[in-house]
Write a protein that binds this ligand. Structure first.
Ligand SMILES: Cc1cc2nc3c(=O)[nH]c(=O)nc-3n(C[C@H](O)[C@H](O)[C@H](O)COP(=O)(O)OP(=O)(O)OC[C@H]3O[C@@H](n4cnc5c(N)ncnc54)[C@H](O)[C@@H]3O)c2cc1C
Length: 462
């Protein structure tokens, strides 16, 4: 708990207009997308890196807990101030695009920049920043780095970590560190930027991010493959990629999602549709795009597709993507609440993983509609419950735990996108052995010996 003496000192650092300690603001900043609520004791908006250093130095001395916050769109509770203390918000001042270096194809941004604002700014000069989480309109790049966010385009273009070249950050003792360089090659020293990526605000506060950019591809087309069964679609995923297809996105919708789209939104799909693959292909010459579509068409049909549809950019493409965009809202026909996890398995294991996930759902009596980024092996698994009883919810969580055990056993991971935070912290011992968890604690101790920065997240000590 921080008292008025601390508040007064912190006002001296950031100015009275950049600190909130009134109830209304504390409530407003007590949420993220998990919709769980923890109130901080104060919300601070640092103006620049030096403010952050001064705040951390003071808090380290007085053992005041700090939680960094981007846009608060996290799905696993990383930005929740679970221990009270200070919430350090990047949204108000630390939100500038500092540089777009066209010649080196690099952007330098502050952590509070909104992902989509960066995408738009670089596209204006013919460049391209591919990581596109579905929350792109409101999540921050600092939050993306801290969660190693991914998006639809990951199948071809990878995820946030593939674009981070360098970071500036402030350690909990106030030290300002630089990690990485604006060079394609940099092999000097430990890869500290690599450790900070996906560290969920537990090691340092990121203050500046240098990102690799690409040239913006000139041509894009969308495709949809309609398959009679989930197994056929899943086989088509890894077989088409092994055959040389390189789609920007390859999104999967299973038979329950297809049913929900038809029933809830009246989307017209053939009677035989048991699963869909939807995506984009792109390129700098139109022949490249056509070549990609040919490979997909052939591979999909060889793996049972009953139809392969192609759409140009614009309205036709939007129509194809409509089904994918509405997958999540449509599945509420199976239950008012979804226990949603974003597991990832090696792509060749997808058919078996899904069969066994449905078996787990059946055993507990839950529908488990699945959809997501099949092109990169990352599937959103939704155990649908209706909140009818505490027992039902408990069973739902047991089913999730079994699903985690299954995917880890198959060489997969607890989270392909959303991170661990507080929601998945109890499951860390499924994915990591004692020695690995001990190493995580040692790394945390090296950065933050007083455990003031976002304690209790990622299964680390409170
Ligand atoms: C509708 C919806 C769709 C989503 N779709 C996707 C998706 O497709 N792919 C995906 O990967 N995620 C997705 N997410 C999850 C979320 O948007 C991402 O995890 C995003 O990266 C979080 O960014 P944020 O700015 O909101 O971070 P926050 O939620 O504010 O924080 C996330 C974590 O980052 C830490 N953090 C934030 N800023 C800093 C900083 N400057 N220094 C150190 N630590 C910091 C916080 O402490 C916290 O641990 C979605 C969320 C929603 C609500």
């Amino acid at each position: 708990m921080i008292d008025s003496k601390h508040i007064e000192f912190l006002k001296g650092i950031v100015g009275a207009e950049n600190i909130y300690s009134d109830k209304a603001h504390l409530i407003a900043y007590s949420y993220d997308a998990t919709r769980t609520r923890y109130e901080p004791d104060a919300v601070l908006f640092p103006r620049h890196e030096q403010d952050i250093s001064d705040i951390l130095k003071y808090c380290n001395k007085h053992k005041i807990v700090i939680t960094p916050r981007g846009a608060g769109s996290g799905f696993t509770g990383g930005a929740l101030p679970t221990n009270g203390g200070i919430l350090l918000g990047m949204e108000k001042h630390m939100n500038q695009i500092l540089e777009i270096d066209f010649q080196n194809m690099v952007a330098v941004v502050q952590p509070g920049v909104i992902n989509m604002d960066l995408q738009r700014a670089v596209e204006e000069v013919g460049l391209f920043y591919p990581p596109d989480p579905a929350s792109e309109e409101y999540c921050s790049v600092g939050g993306n780095v801290s969660e190693n966010a991914g998006g639809m385009r990951a199948a071809k273009y990878g995820i946030t970590k593939d674009y981070v070249m360098a970071l500036r950050a402030v350690r909990p003792n106030g030290d300002i560190i630089r990690a990485g360089k604006r060079t394609i090659k940099d092999v000097a020293g430990y890869n500290i930027a690599g450790i900070l990526i996906a560290s969920e605000g537990t090691l340092a506060v990121i203050t500046e991010i240098t990102l690799k950019l690409l040239p913006k591809p000139k041509f894009t087309k969308a495709y949809m493959g309609i398959f009679p069964s989930v197994e056929d679609a899943m086989n088509a995923v890894f077989k088409s990629l092994a055959a040389g297809a390189n789609p920007v996105a390859m999104e999967f919708l299973d038979s329950l999602v297809v049913q929900a789209l038809k029933e809830k939104l009246g989307i017209e799909l053939p009677e035989s549709a048991g699963a869909l693959l939807i995506g984009d292909v792109d390129g700098n010459v139109s022949d490249e795009v056509e070549f990609q579509l040919e490979i997909l068409d052939k591979s999909f049909r060889e793996n049972g597709a009953v139809e392969f549809i192609i759409a140009d950019e614009g309205e036709d493409r939007d129509k194809l993507w409509y089904a994918r965009r509405n997958a999540s809202p449509s599945i509420t026909i199976f239950g008012s609440k979804k226990l949603n996890e974003d597991i990832s398995v090696p792509r060749s294991k997808l058919p078996e993983a899904l069969t066994r996930i449905y078996e787990i759902g059946d055993r507990y009596g839950f529908k488990v509609p699945c959809f997501g980024h099949a092109g990169d092996g990352n599937i959103h698994v939704n155990v649908m419950v209706d909140g009818s009883s505490p027992q039902e919810l408990e069973d739902g969580h047991k089913a999730i735990e079994e699903i985690f055990e299954l995917v880890v056993d198959m060489g997969g991971t607890l989270s392909g996108e959303h991170g661990i935070g507080t929601s998945k912290a109890p499951f860390m011992s499924i994915a990591f052995n004692d020695e690995e968890l001990s190493l995580f604690r040692d790394i945390k101790q090296a950065f933050d010996p007083n455990n003031i920065l976002n304690p209790g997240k990622m299964g680390l000590p409170n």
